[in-house]
Each structure stands twice: as C-alpha cells, then as structure tokens.
Design a protein around this ligand. Sequence first.
Ligand code: 3HC
Ligand code: NAI
Length: 698
Amino acid sequence: MTASYELRGNVAVITLNNPPVNGLGYETRKAAAAGIEQAEGDAAVVAVVITGAGKAFSGGADIREFGSPLALAEPNLLSLIGVIEGCTKPVIAAIHSVGMGGGLELALGCHYRIAAKGTSVALPEVKLGLLPGAGGTQRLPRALGLEPALNMIVSGEPVPSEMLAQIPGQKLFDRVVDADQLMDAALALAAEIAEKRPLPRVRDLSARHENAEAFLQFARNMVGGMSKNFPAPLRCVDAVAAATTMSFDAGMKAEREAFVALMQTPECGALRHAFFAERAASKIADVPADTPLRPINKVAVIGAGTMGGGISMNFLNAGIPVTMLETKQEALDRGVATIRKNYESQVKRGKLKADKYEQRMSLLSTTLDYADIGQADLVIEAVFEEIGVKQTVFKQLDAVMKPGAILASNTSTLDVNAIANFTQRPQDVVGMHFFSPANVMKLLEVVRGAATAKDVLATVMALAKKIKKTAVVSGVCDGFIGNRMIEQYSRQAGFLLDEGCSPAQVDRAAEKFGFAMGPFRMGDLAGNDIGWAIRKRRYLEKPNLHYSKSADRLCELGRYGQKTGAGWYDYQVGKRDAIPSTVVADLLDKHRAALGITPRKISDEEIVQRLVYALVNEGAHLLEEGIAQRASDIDMVYLAGYGFPMWRGGPMRYADQVGLFNVVHSMKRFAANPLDDAKFWQPAPLLARLAAQSKTFS
Ligand code: 3HC
Ligand code: NAI
C-alpha cells in the first residue's frame, strides 16, 4: 500500500503509507493524486485531510528513486502539489513526527496545516547537496517570513513545530495540537472551514521582511564564506531571494533550474552516498534487524582519563547514568573536574543550559570499588593501553558484573579477542573504539571479536545511535579500520619529506584537497610521541617494513607538537598557529643528506595521490579480509573520524570516481620510485580485480 483513502463522515482522509518514512515515491504520489481526484468527484465530500501512517507524516521525496526515471514519472512531486493546491475542496495537512523536504513542500501546497507538537520540521535538501525542489524555497518564505525560512533552508536543520508556531505572523501552521489529538483536531478544522472560500493558498502570500535586500546580501556573504566547497547553500539563498523579487511562477522556474543543476553535481552525489553509507553502516549482514536488544539503563566506565571522561559525557548527555571507576581518588577527582570544565565551557558559550548541566552532572557517580558497578548493563574500559592492565581489569569485571552485562574495551591497538579471553564470557565482550575527544568526535568503531554475540553487536549499534555516534563495525586487526589505513597514509607523508617536500607543502596540498588538517599539523595536534611509540613497536614486529626516520629525529628533539610548544612547526605560547620551523627544515636537510637523497620538487597532485591512494589500497585489503563489511563503511570511518572531505564522499568513493584503472596506473608509477615502498604499491588483489573488470568498489 502506498496511500490509503477512507471517509470519516463527509471528510476524505488520505494516509500516505510508504514505510519507513512515507517517502513520496512514484506509487505514493500516484495514489495520493488519485485520492484527491476521488474526493473531488464525490459530492458528499466537503474537505480532505492528508496525513501519514506510522512514524512520519513524510520524510520527503523518496531518495531511493533519485537518478531513476521514477523520480520524475508523473505525477511528479510538483504535479501532485499542483493537484492538491488546485483542489476545489479544502485540503488540510495533518502533520506529525516528521515533516521534511518534499513532505513539508506537499503540506505547503495544502490549504490548511495542522501539526502535532514535537513534529520535526525541516527542509533538509541542502544536506544532500540540493535545494528544496518542489516549491519549498518559494512557499516557506511566504508562510514563515523570509529570515526564519532562509535559516531553515540553508541549514537544513529540523525545528520543532511548536517553536515555529511561535514566530509572529507565521502562516505555516493554522494550529499546533497534542499528538493524540491530531486527527480529531483536523476533522474539527475541516468542519469549520468546509464552506469557506476562497481557499487560502500560500502562493498568494508575500515573503515578509523589512529590508529584504540588505538581509539577503548579508546572508550571501555569510553563506558564501561558510560553504566554500558546497554549491548548494548559495543556490538556496538565490532561490529564496527569487521569492522576494519575482512572481511565484517565475520563482518556481528559477528553483527548478537550480534543483536540476545541483542534482548533477559531484558534491550532491557524494552527500547522497554519505547519507546511505551512514544508514548502511548500522546494518550487519548476519545480525537480523529484529535481534532482541539488551536493555542499557546504567553504564560504568573504568578509567577517568582523557577517554574515560569523554566517553562518560556521551551517556550523561543521553540521560543514562554513569559510574566511573579508578584506582585512586585523585584520578577520579581529576576526571570529574575535566567533565565539569567541559560542560561549564558549553554553558558559557550558550550551548548548554545551566539546569541541563546540573541534570547531567547528577547522573554521574564515582567509585574505587568494583562491587559498586556490578549491576551496570554496560561497562566500558578505558585504562592504560597495556595488555597486562587490561587483563587485570577484565578479570575483575568477569568476577563482579551481573550475567548479561556487556563488557567493552576502548583499546585502540590491542587484540580484542585476547581481551575477551581474559573472561569466562567472551560472547559478552566487544570493542567500542571511541575517538578523541570522545564527547565530540562522531565516529565509533565497534570491534567484533571472534566470539562476540549477535545481540551484543545489535545492542551496541542501537546504543551508538542513541548517543549520536556514527557506528561502523570492524573486525579484529591491528589498528582496526581507521588507524590501520592512516598508518599507510602517514608512511607516505614521511617518504614525501625524505624526497624533498616540507611539512607545510604536504599539509597545504592535503588541505587544498579538502582534508580538515594535513598529516603534520594533525601530528602536532595529536602528539608526535603517539606515532613514535607505535613505530618503535613496528620496528620490532616488522623489521623489514620501511619507514621514514625523519619523525623519529623530530621526537628525539622532544618536539612532540603543540603540547611541547614545538613539533613539525613552531608554536607561540598560547597560540595554535603552525609556523614553519627552521629547526625542522635543517633537520630534514641533514636527514636527506645522510641518506644521500637529492631533494626533488614534488607536485601537489603527486602528494595527494600518494596520500589518498595509500588509504584506498589498504582499504581494499581490509575489504578483502572481511575486516570492513563494505566499501561505504570505510568511507564513513574517514568522513566521521578522520576529516576526509565530505563533498568527496570518502576515500573509496573518491577512488571510484577517479576510476580504479587510473588509481592502479598511478600506483604502478609510485612502485617504481626507489625511495617509496614498491611492495606496498602492489594493488590489493580486490583493487586489481575490480580495476581490470572496469568495476567500482560500490
Ligand atoms: N526517502 C527514502 N527513504 C528514506 C528517506 C527518504 N526521504 N528518509 C529516510 N529514509 C530511510 C532511510 O534510508 C532508512 O532506511 P533503512 O532503514 O532502509 O536504512 C530509514 O528511512 C530510516 O532512516 P533513519 O535511520 O535516518 O531514521 P530516523 O528515524 O533516525 O530519521 C528522518 C528519519 C528524520 C526522516 C531521516 O531519515 C532523514 O533526515 N531523512 C532525510 C530526509 C530528507 O533529506 N528529505 C529530503 C529529501 S529530498 C526532497 O524532498 C527533494 C524535494 O525537495 C524535491
Ligand atoms: P589516560 O592515561 O588519559 O587515562 C587512563 C586512565 O586509566 C588513568 O586515569 C588511569 O588512572 C586509569 N587506570 C589505569 N589503570 C587502571 C585500573 N587498573 N583500573 C582503573 N583505572 C585505571 O589514557 P587515555 O588516553 O584515556 O586512553 C585510555 C584507553 O583509550 C587506552 O586503551 C587507549 O589506547 C584508548 N584510546 C585512546 C585514545 C586517545 O586519543 N587518547 C583514542 C582512542 C582510544
């Protein structure tokens, strides 16, 4: 079923019914238009109510149809809205839960709108690299006023219905009612207005603003500066501007042209890819969607250091009580003080209300005694990264935790299977690899051990959504998905220095490509000593693996990065600006001379290709080994956790766009460079196969 039709007295009720969110796909549009025609033709019907079944009024155009002929098949969304607006009987939208994108545009084509309190209202098209393409840019400014409408269209962010209803002079909602009253209130409204003519149409209103021209110029400057690599936001401003300067029909034409043009852009393709990638990542092939979940009402965190504190905040933010456990009271006090400081800074910046802060802190407790955490549903260990310490902790957890509790480790490098085997219940053990700062970073790698139970995985994935993380499943291996790939990227960055680049040149090229931060600025931020420790371990484990030693020379000088006031760059006290360093330039000159290398000029193109294709090749190995479930999961890891440019859709998608044949061709060139690692540049078998067959990762 795609839209149902029923009579409630003399009112026709059309219910959109296209799970999961009543996307306005072809069949749904057809059924809705047929419903309007049926109501028109039935003399007994005096009004029509359109609503949505299940968990949404409508989430908008059916994104699954994008790029297929069905998206435009008649009645397309514009035609359907035309049919509704042109209906000779009043049409009322009864909106609940989610009224977004084309769903909101459809409602704006109705003559009246009634919303349930708590409805999420948005025009989120910009997040997909688009603008609202079914009249949203023309009707919302007319219904809501220019300024709030532009904010919604440019940000794409949802706003609760009751908040919108408070905007003075708004004509978006005729009424906002309690959710359980929605249909009764819609039928009552129908009775009131059944005879009223002419039928009100949003298109007949004008977009209100006292000084539209100046406001739009201001908006253009702001939006242009903030959305350099995304064409859609500025097109949104232009389209909304058309609502103030053109007739309704001319504005609709301008909107349509911009929508069609944006749909063809690579940025739109990448953002749509990311939308589906994020949702795909939450699914695990052999874990059914209806797997029963373990309830998580109480969490314990072992270790109140950098990660333990940040991890705890995620749960406090979601209203879940947390107990932090440490070995010493001082460590607990420090951990709690850091959490307080973080929240207080949010309160100062107006990001958190004072009462919410207190409410969150009241959910936090601390202890030195394992007996106090035995009843927690989930315990996350974030103690020192030493296998002996992990063993002590997991043996204790095994002894005290109630049956069925989930035991998670935040380890970034250790073997989750070995950790699981410290307990008598490896099926309850899982890796939850948060990224620093854990209260900010979106990515969560969920590490599936050999014995991890399916319901444990399903529970952790659902919990990740609750604490607003983007969760991606990784198998067990050194570095999991993200860090295993970044190691190859970092090795390339090191070779580039050996061969003649400066850190600033590499960073500039990477940042011009779109990385939030180049590898050397990133090293200075995270601490170069972390990489040093990993390399020292590698020199023992893989003595034949070739690394640039320039980073070791840097660390030998104590230049660990921002925290020591010097790293790849110099830093002034209290500032974060990276200043190119003569000490480092000298260090690199000497380092090259010692190796007998004559520095060469390296193009930005080569720098970017070597950095990004290193990620791609390692990603292909991860896919083939089954560590990553799908290429789009790898893209999500890099988009959510490593500052890969969103408008390129992730490393694997980027490689698909470049063409895998071209990627492999470049790799062969890099393999011939005697200062690089020829073995590494042998294409992963999966990559070689796909390239040979003209296929893509997706
Ligand atoms: N079309 C088709 N499927 C959609 C959809 C849409 N517009 N929006 C969401 N879905 C699907 C998701 O892919 C997911 O499917 P899956 O279970 O098979 O993976 C399912 O609905 C649930 O999605 P979420 O996991 O995101 O569920 P939530 O409950 O957290 O959120 C939501 C629901 C708020 C609707 C969120 O999915 C969302 O923001 N969706 C995007 C809405 C959007 O961008 N609409 C604009 C579309 S473009 C448009 O309308 C063009 C027009 O202007 C011409
Ligand atoms: P940290 O040194 O800041 O904190 C560790 C805390 O654990 C300290 O407060 C210490 O007192 C406590 N601790 C040590 N032994 C303990 C024990 N037996 N019982 C209870 N508490 C104990 O370390 P950090 O950075 O928070 O790292 C913790 C874990 O998180 C490590 O496994 C690390 O690999 C991992 N990780 C770290 C990231 C980072 O960027 N710092 C990122 C992702 C994971």
